[in-house]
Design a protein around this ligand. Structure first.
Ligand SMILES: Cc1cc2nc3c(=O)[nH]c(=O)nc-3n(C[C@H](O)[C@H](O)[C@H](O)COP(=O)(O)OP(=O)(O)OC[C@H]3O[C@@H](n4cnc5c(N)ncnc54)[C@H](O)[C@@H]3O)c2cc1C
Length: 408
């Protein structure tokens, strides 16, 4: 049967459909750019609304240009935390050094941003919520691309739909990655630390500052991001092997943290008690995702799902924002998805590798695991006190964004 001119027109002008799994940072950023490029975008998120909470996150270097092009830079500048200083303490709570917060974070003062994670997520969601379809409280159940014409999705809710492309933006423990590429163990590079983050009452009178206590292999931090009533509490410890048994068991996580910090000084006993009560405990291992390829057929990954760099680099959100821009641009430039996904990898991989390498060679300097390394770190911190600000890290700005392409 010969196609009529009309059906050809309908086919060639029909919008390409994309399903994005995950509505945190990389997901809504990708949705924004794909919508601009003329795609019909659906975002599915397993939580019932955009998830708030988490430690403040950094936006630096190339990622600043992404948020500027999205028109949300002024809003994020208003949300910038602008911490004053970070004070480092020894085992007994005595001061080791007090330094400018930007110098410790490796950020360029006046240029890079630090915002509450929830503020960034809400800003991104607000930017796209009227233009793309959001399915909250649902997730991908099964994914089948064997037809070669699209990806057939059965959602956990039971609804079934077919999309031209699917992108996993569902974080470090991505379900999309597991369905298409295999178990996380294949791609996870454990960096030797576990951490617990939670909020607790600010009974210390702290304001826009960080206090960090260290002994070899252990760190406890209190972070007041404003003059708030609440503090972000952070307990981080060295653990040679990942505690697999505790990863999906909040009670086991609390017990593990309490055991590790049992004899700790300063305010740590009160922090451990607060952790026991916290209803927003976020516990995870510090690790990276390293994959040989970020796509398979019509399914691609973005952000932490593809290349989590770990909180030790402070670059997770920046890679997510830059990766989303570059993936959307590649899909906007190349009508053929295979060519587009190859271009995405080709153009972003070096940037990712440079940022993941920031913690190679024991560069997790804030969390030394031996007494000698802790002394070296303290000497380095005392040196920072006299420096006006830290030099920009080349990795943060190592990618120059292309102009955003229109659909071919
Ligand atoms: C609640 C929360 C708190 C965080 N706190 C910190 C922190 O304190 N410090 C830090 O360095 N990083 C934290 N992160 C991670 C940080 O946001 C990421 O490193 C980075 O911003 C990359 O973002 P992403 O969008 O690629 O992945 P993520 O921010 O991890 O987002 C993944 C999203 O996918 C959703 N999701 C997961 N599985 C599914 C599924 N099967 N179906 C549908 N949706 C799914 C999640 O609910 C989440 O919204 C946190 C993430 C979350 C979700």
């Amino acid at each position: 049967m010969t196609s009529t001119g009309l059906s050809m027109d309908v086919r060639t002008t029909a919008k390409r459909t994309v399903l994005i799994s995950g509505a945190s940072i990389s997901g809504p950023a990708l949705a924004y750019w794909l919508h601009r490029a003329g795609f019909a975008v659906t975002v599915v998120e397993k939580a019932s609304a955009p998830r708030d909470g988490g430690y403040p996150i950094d936006i630096r270097g190339t990622a600043i240009e992404v948020v500027r092009r999205m028109g949300i830079l002024p809003r994020l500048r208003d949300a910038h935390i602008d911490s004053r200083h970070a004070t480092f303490l020894d085992a007994d709570g005595g001061e080791v050094a007090s330094v400018g917060a930007a110098a410790v974070a490796g950020s360029v003062e006046g240029q890079d941003l630090e915002v509450r994670r929830g503020d960034l997520t809400a800003t991104l969601h607000g930017k796209v919520r009227d233009d793309v379809e959001f399915l909250f409280g649902d997730s991908i159940g099964t994914l089948d691309q064997s037809s070669g014409q699209g990806v057939d999705i059965t959602f956990r809710s039971g609804r079934q739909r077919t999309f031209d492309l699917v992108v996993g933006a569902d974080g470090m423990h991505s379900h999309t990655r597991e369905s298409v590429f295999g178990p996380e163990e294949r791609f996870h590079r454990y960096l030797g630390y576990c951490f617990a983050i939670f909020t607790m009452p600010n009974t210390f009178g702290l304001s826009r500052e960080l206090m960090m206590w260290n002994t070899p292999g252990r760190a406890a931090a209190l972070y007041a991001v404003g003059g708030d009533d609440e503090l972000h509490a952070f307990l981080n410890f060295h653990q040679p092997e990942p505690p697999f048994g505790a990863l999906r068991n909040p009670d086991a996580q609390r017990d593990l943290v309490a055991t590790v910090f049992a004899d700790a000084g300063w305010e740590v006993p009160g922090m451990v008690n607060a952790m026991r009560e916290a209803d927003d405990l976020f516990f995870d291992t510090a690790g990276q995702i390293r994959m040989p390829h970020w796509s398979n057929g019509r399914v691609a990954l973005v952000g932490d799902a593809a290349y989590a760099p770990s909180f030790l680099t402070g670059q997770g959100s920046s890679l997510a924002l830059v990766g989303a821009y570059m993936l959307a641009n590649a899909l906007a430039t190349n009508r053929d998805h295979t060519a587009a996904l190859a271009a995405y990898e080709r153009d972003v991989r070096e940037f990712v590798a440079m940022n993941q390498a920031l913690v190679d060679n024991g560069a997790a300097t804030l969390f030394p695991t031996t007494a000698r390394a802790l002394e070296q770190r303290n000497t380095m911190l005392r040196g920072l006190v006299t420096m006006p600000s830290a030099p920009a890290r080349p990795a943060h700005s190592a990618l120059t964004l292309p102009e955003f392409a229109a659909m071919p």
